[in-house]
Ligand binder design. Structure first.
Ligand SMILES: [Zn+2]
Length: 498
């Protein structure tokens, strides 16, 4: 076993080095690189990805993983988990025929520009033949990768969020359908108009100053991560000591950059607070997409849109933008940042209506996979379901079925993790509130106590355990979507959110 372990750890070091290069180059491409450089750079990318593919498919590496797996009882917990996960990903990769794998990556790279054109022109017909092939491939994938426990759509769901299958998601989305859909209808019947003060222009350099202040409020140590600008905000990094975020400033929107910085700093705090002993292993970083999103949304919505948070920081915002906000009370500001309205586009949706956008996508993916919905009927199905849930009908496919890029990338099974993350954040909030007064801690001016609780109960495990295990350790319970719906209904039933 000693020899296998030596080979494994040496190979893992190389894999991490490729991850590091991948992280740096994609960070560069999205923040600094000139648009004209992308084409030339992608030739180097192809070489690197082939080299890293060779490392994971090396027969000697596979043999060592198998030997370690057979003797896993003798390994420490972290390495045992890592070997289990690695063995499954090697075995999955081998089950997919090479020529299909290559054909699919060619298909998605050809599908992307067509999707962009289809979205721009609102012409679903352009994208339809590509989506049909993508769905076909995903169906074949569910057959190749099926196990005794996982079949059909479950195979895909498990790839994005381990152990969350249709049984769990159905229970979750049924609660949303039964309890949240009627509540949302009632709340969106007559939306409050956007207040006049929010329609002003807000100096971007002042927004920058306030966003740096917010990072201090969230106790992010700037020695270990920069903040830059990109078209779409994101977080990336490697290990606990290099965690970077981006944001996007809009002159005509005061709060967009603030909430994206809170969201991304939430992701970054998760990465920062993993146990440093996980650096150099494959168990560093967040446990899953849903778990990561639970952290960013916890900070963005539960903390960042709470009255206690802004009681401490609204005076600073007012001062930064003086005299623009002089006549705007804290109550008016709170109503604005928690404004609810039925809208067509998921990425622009508010906290309350957001999960219904995911419910719609989940139902559609389920039907596409089991064959009860054909791709050609997708736009009309989308529109009629959308009308049923939101009471409004998309005027075109650009803001309807074509709005998200995920399916063009071949990502079917990804969407549900977004809503799951929000729901997990509410369950964590419930558990945290038993240990200390969260609102009171926010009045002190920083999120220090919250960071500490999440660090101790969630972050420190990194991805050394499965996400459902971490949730059980942190809250003492399995996933329960009722915490989320209770939280939303309680918050949005108040007349005055301040
Ligand atoms: Zn996020």
């Amino acid at each position: 076993m000693k020899k296998a372990l030596q080979f494994y750890t040496a190979q893992r070091k190389k894999l991490l080095a490729f991850q590091y290069v991948g992280f740096l180059t994609s960070w560069d491409a999205q923040t600094e690189a000139a648009p004209g450089s992308i084409e030339a750079d992608s030739a180097y990318q192809a070489v690197l990805s082939e080299m890293s593919y060779r490392l994971t498919t090396d027969p000697e590496f596979e043999r060592c993983v198998e030997e370690l797996y057979q003797q896993r009882e003798g390994l420490d917990d972290v390495l045992r988990h890592e070997i289990e996960v690695m063995r499954k990903s090697i075995s999955d990769a081998k089950k997919i025929p090479m020529e299909d794998y290559v054909a699919f990556s060619e298909l998605t790279s050809r599908a992307y520009p067509v999707y962009v054109r289809a979205k721009q022109t609102g012409d679903f017909g352009l994208f339809r033949p590509y989506l049909e092939k993508i769905v076909d491939y995903c169906r074949k994938q569910t057959e190749w990768l099926a196990t005794d426990d996982l079949k059909g759509y479950d195979v895909l769901l498990d790839r994005y969020e381990p152990h969350y299958t249709q049984k769990k998601y159905d229970a979750f989305f049924n609660v949303l359908r039964e309890r949240l859909v009627p509540f949302v209808k009632q709340k969106t019947a007559c939306p409050a108009p956007v207040p006049e003060w929010a329609k002003q222009k807000f100096d971007v350099s002042k927004q920058r100053v306030f966003c740096e202040y917010i990072r201090d409020v969230m106790c992010f140590d700037k020695n270990f991560g920069v903040m830059k600008e990109s078209e779409h905000p994101f977080t990336s990094g490697i290990g606990t000591d290099d965690v970077r975020i981006t944001t996007h400033y809009y002159e005509d929107d005061l709060v967009s950059s603030i909430f994206s910085v809170i969201h991304e700093t939430g992701h970054a705090t998760y990465e920062r607070q993993c146990d440093p002993s996980l650096n150099g292993t494959l168990c560093g970083g967040g446990a899953s997409l849903g778990m990561h999103e639970s952290q960013s949304r916890f900070y963005e919505n539960i903390i960042g849109r709470s009255s206690a948070f802004w009681q401490a920081h609204y005076p600073v915002l007012q001062k930064t933008f003086a005299p623009q906000l002089d006549g705007v009370s804290l109550g008016e500001f709170m109503s604005y940042v928690n404004r609810v309205e039925a809208s067509f586009v998921r990425t622009e949706a508010d906290e309350l209506t957001y999960p219904l956008h995911i419910l719609l996508r989940y139902e559609i993916e389920q039907k596409l996979l089991n064959g009860s919905l054909a791709v050609e009927d997708l736009p009309s199905y989308w529109n009629s379901k959308f009308t049923e849930y939101f009471g409004i009908t998309p005027p075109n496919d650009t803001v309807g079925v074509l709005q998200d890029v995920h399916w063009a990338y071949g990502d079917i099974g990804y969407f549900p993790t977004y809503a799951l993350g929000s729901a997990i954040s509410a369950q964590l909030y419930h558990a945290m509130s038993k240990d200390f007064d969260v609102e009171k801690s926010l009045l002190s001016g920083t999120t220090k106590q919250i960071n500490q609780w999440l660090g101790e109960h969630v972050h420190k495990y990194g991805s050394s355990k499965y996400p459902d295990e971490i949730l059980r350790i942190a809250t003492g319970e399995d996933f329960d979507p009722n915490y989320y719906v209770d939280y939303l209904i309680k918050k949005y039933s108040k007349d005055n959110l301040a």
